[in-house]
Design a protein around this ligand. Structure first.
Ligand SMILES: Nc1nc2c(c(=O)[nH]1)N[C@H]1C(S)=C(S)[C@@H](COP(=O)(O)OP(=O)(O)OC[C@H]3O[C@@H](n4cnc5c(=O)[nH]c(N)nc54)[C@H](O)[C@@H]3O)O[C@H]1N2
Ligand SMILES: Nc1nc2c(c(=O)[nH]1)N[C@H]1C(S)=C(S)[C@@H](COP(=O)(O)OP(=O)(O)OC[C@H]3O[C@@H](n4cnc5c(=O)[nH]c(N)nc54)[C@H](O)[C@@H]3O)O[C@H]1N2
Ligand SMILES: [Mo]
Length: 742
């Protein structure tokens, strides 16, 4: 009998060997990821939270004691009963004194795979039973896309699983133009798990079928060699200008599809007037874009003609929208594809994130998987997820968001389970300051992450490997019984058990558990899903047979062509936009009257970019991309993550010219600095990154010493600003720095 576990980076078989329990990739996966195979190793286990722990001043002085000392103070281990009593009493005090609107339970983060023991799901369900919490909206991944795309074409959540699949691309696409590559390192993961990694095989099949690839952006190593992509270097954050110039050529040379624009879109004329420069006197021509992007006008013009003459897919990486005015590339890529008129045709149209996760370009359909009900949150209040430091620093302040003016709540208690804000948030020195404000911060964690170290009360959580669960991920085509591979370490408990303990103390145990233990929940959620799957024509084995079998395959073979039905009949299949069509200009957004998001895709210079005045002091644009050897900050100390470092430090990619100008050789220890902070790394000159740009992957565990981070975390440098008043998403990729040798 085979035993499995699911991780966001792949399905693993649990195998007993003479030396102990080991994890192996599954046979079905043609290109398994190397991440996390050593999760049970002593190195990683030594970083675990073993017992409940309370920060010394908080234990002595109670809520609010020396909040500015968070992160600097020792913790004192306590018994579970004492820890749960303290947390329950504090939740009760805050809700009775300040109301549930003073509890921030947004708790963003990826946590572990598994449908029942999903940390946020458990936290949200629990907080709902005690009167609710302030929630978050959207994600760090897609802050801008989540808000702009529903106004323009469709919800990002729907789009995620509706991308034209790889096989269809191999059969029909002729030219694949991508802004920000198709990074194989990122497609190692998918939220919920991966059965088969598609991407490495997919690009090879496309190339073999004759597809040509063009990669636009500051780095060239983000698309596999097998694609033989042509690289057009372009400065970071200037993709919108590049896209507008492509659109300008289509318009001026009459290469745009007037019929498609008339039948399936609204607002093209207003956009066309902007492209021609009718109001501002500036045509958005290739010459104009060349000055902004650094790409030759001739390349832009030639590419536009090629795109109009072939079946063309235009793709943008998610990183493009994690930047100042990140709404604009999302809108521009749709407008550009609409002008080409191939949306809804196999192999043509647009993509938002081919390569960002294994799910994009997969085949299959979403099925009604086991899902833990969250209950109802009586508190209506929320923040756009990346506005957390603004919220903590400015209670009562007003800010624009998606057409509303909202007010930040006054948060007294923060509860985090399954995320690492001291990994994911920008301007960590500012976050540390904001984090000193609440009376109490409670964190359920597996490891002593920077977030755990900055909490008041830390409750030790189990690994997915220490509990049983059910694994499922959209379009992956499997359900998996996740077996327990090891007993819980020391005193670690499942998040469910932790919240059940709190619920008991607060008199809502029955509401939270519904009288079920974890085992009963797994059976209940599975049986419920099995019923709903039957409604979709999918017959699952009964629960006991499923547990026995371990892995159950689901149907996956339906080809997907994005917006095919809408193309065939826009009246019968209208979009969810105000007009039911693709909105190249939006009356709704125009009516918001925002200074930083106009009525159609526009070029807005970012506050920090290579064309900004600040570039005189901080002349390099820092990209902070996703790490190859880990998922965010998870398993930072693992073997795959360590393999990406050089001599114990993270690698800073830098162009040979910029390295030479600073006297830097490969492996030199450098300080990366700007007015917000400083971080350490080793210089890594490489010709595949354009001059003026450097790159430091995210994920190193924040190790502050003054304003300097010793570990190589880029978020001490990034700016904490919303993308615009529309989406207020994270703008991590708009960041200028200087690099010096230590
Ligand atoms: N500069 C910069 N910053 C970025 C980005 C960028 O591109 N540049 N990318 C952003 C993006 S897209 C994202 S999604 C975020 C990711 O940010 P996060 O999702 O917050 O990062 P993770 O490191 O995955 O944090 C998950 C945490 O949950 C814990 N955990 C796992 N399983 C469990 C469990 O069962 N119970 C409990 N209690 N805890 C558990 C893990 O130990 C880990 O500490 O980062 C963002 N930050
Ligand atoms: N191994 C691994 N895979 C992951 C993750 C991980 O942590 N580890 N995280 C997952 C998550 S949560 C997410 S949201 C996705 C994120 O997916 P993305 O946001 O697409 O990932 P990034 O790696 O930040 O960026 C992709 C590429 O875009 C380039 N780039 C950055 N800025 C610009 C720009 O302005 N213009 C252009 N043209 N290119 C630019 C980057 O250098 C990089 O090569 O990845 C997922 N996959
Ligand atoms: Mo993400």
């Amino acid at each position: 009998m085979r035993r499995y576990t699911s991780t966001h980076w792949g399905l693993r078989e649990i195998v007993e060997e003479a030396g102990g329990t080991v994890l192996r990739p599954v046979d079905e996966d043609p290109h398994p990821s190397a991440i996390g195979l050593d999760q049970l190793s002593p190195d990683l286990q030594s970083l675990r939270v073993r017992r409940p722990a309370v920060r010394e001043s908080w234990l002595k002085g109670g809520p609010g004691a020396a909040g500015e000392q968070r992160g600097n103070e020792p913790f004192i281990e306590v018994e579970w009963d004492q820890a749960l009593d303290l947390v329950a009493a504090e939740l009760d005090r805050v809700r009775k004194t300040h109301g549930n609107g003073a509890i921030y339970g947004g708790s963003y983060g990826w946590a572990s795979a598994g449908r029942f023991h999903h940390a946020q799901g458990q936290l949200h369900r629990f907080l709902n039973t005690i009167g609710g919490y302030v929630a978050h909206r959207n994600s760090y991944s897609l802050g801008a896309a989540h808000v702009i795309l529903p106004h323009v074409v469709m919800r990002m959540g729907t789009l995620m699983e509706a991308h034209t699949d790889w096989q269809t691309l191999a059969e029909h696409c002729e030219l694949f133009v991508t802004f920000g590559g198709v990074p194989e390192k990122n497609a190692q993961v998918s939220p919920g798990g991966v059965l088969r990694h598609h991407l490495p095989g997919a690009l090879g099949r496309m190339r073999a079928a004759g597809v040509e690839f063009v990669n636009i952006g500051p780095v060239a190593d983000n698309i596999a060699k097998v694609a033989q992509a042509e690289w057009i270097p372009a400065r970071p954050n200037t993709d919108t200008a590049f896209m507008l110039a492509l659109a300008h050529v289509l318009l001026e040379e009459d290469l745009h599809d007037r019929a498609f624009l008339a039948s399936h879109c609204v607002g093209f004329d207003r956009f066309a007037a902007y492209l021609r420069g009718e109001a501002d006197g500036q045509p958005k021509s290739p010459d104009w874009a060349a000055r902004i992007t650094g790409a030759p006008a001739q390349s832009i013009r030639g590419l536009a003609r090629r795109m109009a003459s072939r079946r063309t897919m235009v793709n943008m990486a998610w990183s493009l929208q994690r930047a100042d005015h990140g709404e604009q590339p999302c809108w521009a890529v749709v407008a550009l594809a609409a002008m080409l008129g191939q949306i809804g045709l196999p192999g043509g149209g647009f993509g938002v994130g081919y390569g960002a996760a294994n799910v994009i370009g997969g085949r299959g359909r979403r099925l009604p998987a086991p899902t833990l009900p969250q209950g109802h949150n009586p508190v209506q209040d929320f923040i756009p997820v990346a506005r957390i430091a603004d919220m903590l620093l400015n209670p009562g302040a007003r800010y624009p968001y998606d057409g509303e003016t909202r007010t930040y709540p006054d948060i007294r208690l923060v509860y985090w389970a399954g995320g690492n804000p001291f990994h994911h948030h920008q301007d960590l020195n500012r976050l540390r300051h904001a984090w000193s404000k609440p009376d109490t911060i409670v964190v359920n964690e597996q490891y002593w992450t920077a977030t755990a170290r900055h909490a008041d009360i830390v409750l030790p959580a189990t690994l997915a490997l220490e509990r049983e669960d059910i694994g499922y991920a959209g379009l992956e085509g499997h359900l998996v019984w996740m077996s327990r591979a090891a007993p819980p370490l020391a005193e670690a408990r499942d998040d469910f058990t932790i919240f059940a303990g709190l619920a008991g103390r607060l008199g809502v145990q029955q509401d939270f558990t519904e009288g079920r233990a974890a085992d009963d929940w797994l059976r209940h959620l599975y049986d419920d899903s099995r019923q709903r799957m039957l409604g979709e024509g999918v017959a699952l084995p009964d629960f006991d047979s499923f547990r026995e079998a371990g892995l159950v395959k689901l149907p996956v073979d339906d080809p997907i062509v994005l917006l095919q039905d809408f193309r065939a009949d826009p009246r019968a299949h209208p979009l969810d936009t105000p007009s039911g069509r693709i909105e190249i200009s939006s009356e709704r957004i125009a009516a918001m009257g925002l200074a930083d998001c106009g009525p159609h895709p526009m070029w807005f210079p970012p506050r920090e970019w290579l064309g900004a005045a600040a570039a005189e002091t901080w002349p390099l644009h820092l990209l902070s991309d996703q790490p190859r050897g880990k998922l965010h900050s998870q398993l930072d100390a693992g073997a795959a993550s360590r393999a990406e470092r050089h001599d114990g430090h993270e690698r800073l990619w830098i162009s040979p010219a910029d390295a030479a100008a600073r006297g830097l050789a490969r492996g030199d220890l450098v300080e990366i600095a700007n007015s917000r902070g400083r971080s350490l790394a080793r210089a890594w000159p490489d010709a595949r990154i354009m001059a003026g740009t450097v790159r430091l992957a995210t994920g190193a565990w924040f190790r502050p010493e003054g304003d300097r981070d010793l570990a190589g975390n880029p978020n001490v440098l990034t700016a904490d600003r919303g993308t615009s008043g529309l989406a207020q998403g994270s703008a991590a990729q708009s960041c200028l720095v200087e690099v010096t040798r230590l």
